[in-house]
Design a protein around this ligand. Structure first.
Ligand code: TXA
Ligand code: MG
Length: 320
């Protein structure tokens, strides 16, 4: 198992030696490596069993550092970075050659964000390179929102997880791309579309998948537990599956007469932001029970609810 601790110096030493480490962010935990070092970045793909066509996000401590490895920051991107960084927003820019092709899966663009977590910001400031970091889970599985989650799945493949507590947002960053004046959402996430539109006006949401998705996190089957997930009206689903070993993830209601150990309520108060922080924990807890099915329901489709519903929909597709 990896060591879990709060020693930033240990992480710094590992990263300088081209090794990996688990790091906290406000969205989900990342599996970090020196973004300028192809040897280190290759280890990320190996540990995650991630296909090399899926590019990584590069984490920096501010926009100035990003200017060392990206070109042509559009005006709207400047404005968004000033408004939302540090925070759960990833921006796609044209890359400079210093970013290895492995990081971007051969694309001429690179995804960049400044995470809002004090320990990781301190770590980034202490290094003279930015960090490539995908979510610290095996490819296709639910993202980790605690150091223990990282250890459960990648603990035998990495040495250290920097423990920054539970992730305060709990769902991955929103990804935006820029083409001329047009701004597109490639992945719904922790930065609300409504908040983005308040700053730069209308954006288009292009998160449907294809065989060659713009952001492979948008693959139909992603963020999925091993247990099949079915989304719909919970009472109808319970009725239909009453003879099977099932678990429930509901938005705010407890289902009377149903084994409480097999129920996970996202937010008893019906608070969407709280629901987002608990979604991946709920999927993991239910997955650990070896059930036949996890039954769930969509949450109100506004604010972070859009990102939650996106992840629920993708978790539902049964992988083959
Ligand atoms: O919140 C987050 O974004 C977390 C934390 C650790 O920062 N990271 C994360 O990384 O979710 P990952 O690798 O699990 O998802 C990154 C997504 C992928 O869907 C990838 O396809 C997309 O970003 N992406 C990366 N570079 C891209 C690019 N140049 N163009 C389009 N999509 C890109
Ligand atoms: Mg991921």
């Amino acid at each position: 198992m990896a060591k879990i601790g709060s020693d930033i110096k240990i992480v710094q030493d590992l990263l300088i030696r081209s090794e990996l480490a688990g790091i906290p962010t406000e969205t989900v935990y990342g599996l970090a490596a020196n973004a300028f070092d192809p040897v280190a970045v290759a280890k990320i793909f190996k540990v995650k069993e991630r296909p090399s066509f899926d590019p990584l996000i590069v984490h920096t401590f501010d926009l100035e550092q990003a200017k060392g490895f990206v070109e042509n920051i559009p005006e709207k991107a400047h404005t968004l970075a000033r408004t939302f960084w540090p925070g759960p927003l990833t921006l796609i820019f044209r890359k400079k050659p210093i970013i290895p092709d492995l990081v971007t899966a051969g694309l001429d663009t690179v995804a960049v964000r400044v995470p809002s977590h004090p320990m990781t910001l301190e770590l980034l400031r202490s290094l003279d390179f930015p960090l490539a970091a995908p979510s610290a889970n095996p490819f296709g599985y639910v993202s980790p929102t605690s150091a223990d989650h990282v250890n459960e799945q990648l603990g035998d493949k990495i040495e250290y997880v920097l423990d920054g507590g539970f992730c305060s947002v709990g769902i991955e960053s929103t990804i935006l791309s820029f083409e001329g004046e047009d701004v597109s959402v490639l992945r719904l996430g922790g930065c609300k579309v409504e908040e983005i539109e308040k700053i730069i006006g209308k954006v288009s949401v292009k998160t449907t998948s294809s065989s060659n998705p713009a952001a492979p996190g948008m693959l139909e089957s992603h963020y999925a537990p091993r247990t099949p997930v079915i989304i719909g009206n919970i009472s109808e689903l319970i009725h239909k599956h009453k003879h099977q070993n099932i678990g429930l993830i509901s938005f705010k209601n407890e289902i009377d007469g149903f084994n409480p150990k097999h129920q996970f309520i996202l937010s008893k108060k019906g608070n969407i932001d709280e629901a987002a922080t608990r979604l991946f924990t709920g999927l993991r807890e239910m997955d650990a029970l070896n059930l036949q099915f996890i039954l769930s329901e969509y949450v109100p489709d506004a604010g972070l609810g859009r990102a939650i519903n996106d992840r629920l929909r993708r978790s539902e597709v049964i992988r083959n």
